[in-house]
Design a protein around this ligand. Structure first.
Ligand SMILES: Nc1nc2c(ncn2[C@@H]2O[C@H](COP(=O)(O)OP(=O)(O)OP(=O)(O)O)[C@@H](O)[C@H]2O)c(=O)[nH]1
Ligand SMILES: [Mg+2]
Length: 247
């Protein structure tokens, strides 16, 4: 499948919104937003709106994101999920109405904006409700810590065994159709966000696909999750707890 020429994504004229949770990402957020805004698409850009969920960053994250073309909403309570929920609230209540598809993108430059199209394609084609960017095959060396790679493989194994899925990864770079997202009733406010979405999608019988994506070492700034003890312990605990809880 080629992602260069016109495709079903163009034909559908889907309104795609990118959601970026960000905490102190001033060194990376500008180019991340700018690359999403610049993606070519039907009648302008592929991505209609970029919303950054700013978690009380103490640096210039909000200003840089706005300057690059994003809407910025502020969520004072820390947490990846809290920031996503706030950004999505904004999309739900905005005057133009909600988008057709949500795409989640990290604010640190780990994801490749050019792959948004590949994530959205199965949804545009009516073949999937949710598409997870799986990092197992194409991740740059060093872009996933050994603990992170192992933890993701373990969580994916548990999802396959306990929820009867084909999951190989909990990658944060992912797309979901708006009605599918709304049906899930997402609640997790921090590290359980990605796995909660996959568990609820499985329980509801959503059509879920994985697409291989690249994964880069963060462009700038400091790790909040995989590179910190607090992040690793918190994420491991919350992910396992979430997997057990919904079972
Ligand atoms: N809003 C918000 N965003 C967060 C929080 N923690 C992490 N993030 C964002 O979530 C994304 C992933 O966090 P990272 O710190 O990159 O975690 P990681 O990818 O495991 O670590 P790296 O290997 O350093 O990239 C980044 O865009 C962060 O800014 C948080 O508490 N709130
Ligand atoms: Mg990262």
């Amino acid at each position: 499948m080629t992602h260069d020429g016109p495709s079903v994504v163009e034909d559908q004229h889907l309104r795609i919104a990118a959601v970026i949770p960000a905490l102190n990402e001033e060194g990376a957020i500008g180019p991340v937003v700018a690359e999403l805004v610049a993606l070519p698409g039907p009648g302008g850009g592929l991505v209609e709106t970029v919303v950054v969920g700013d978690n009380g960053s103490t640096d210039a994250t909000a200003a840089r994101a706005r300057a690059a073309g994003a809407a910025v909403v502020s969520e004072p309570q820390r947490g990846y999920g809290a920031a996503c929920l706030k950004a999505i609230d904004h999309l739900r209540t905005r005057a133009e109405g909600p988008p057709d598809v949500l795409v989640f993108v990290d604010g640190d430059g780990s994801n490749d904006a050019a792959e948004v199209r590949a994530l959205v394609e199965p949804i545009a084609a009516g073949e999937a409700d949710m598409v997870i960017g799986a990092r197992g095959r194409l991740a740059d060396p060093g872009s996933l810590t050994p603990t992170q790679a192992y933890g993701n493989r373990l969580a994916a194994f548990l999802l396959r065994r306990l929820y009867d899925t084909d999951t190989t990864d909990l990658g944060p770079f992912r797309a979901i159709a708006w009605p599918a997202y709304e049906a899930l009733g997402m609640v997790d406010r921090n590290y359980g966000w990605t796995v909660e979405m996959q568990i609820k999608a499985a329980k509801r019988g959503l059509r879920v696909r994985e697409v291989d994506v690249h994964n880069r070492v963060r462009r700038a700034g400091q790790s909040k999750v995989a590179g910190t003890v607090r992040g690793v312990v918190g994420a491991s605990y919350k992910i396992i707890w979430t997997i057990a809880r919904y079972r």
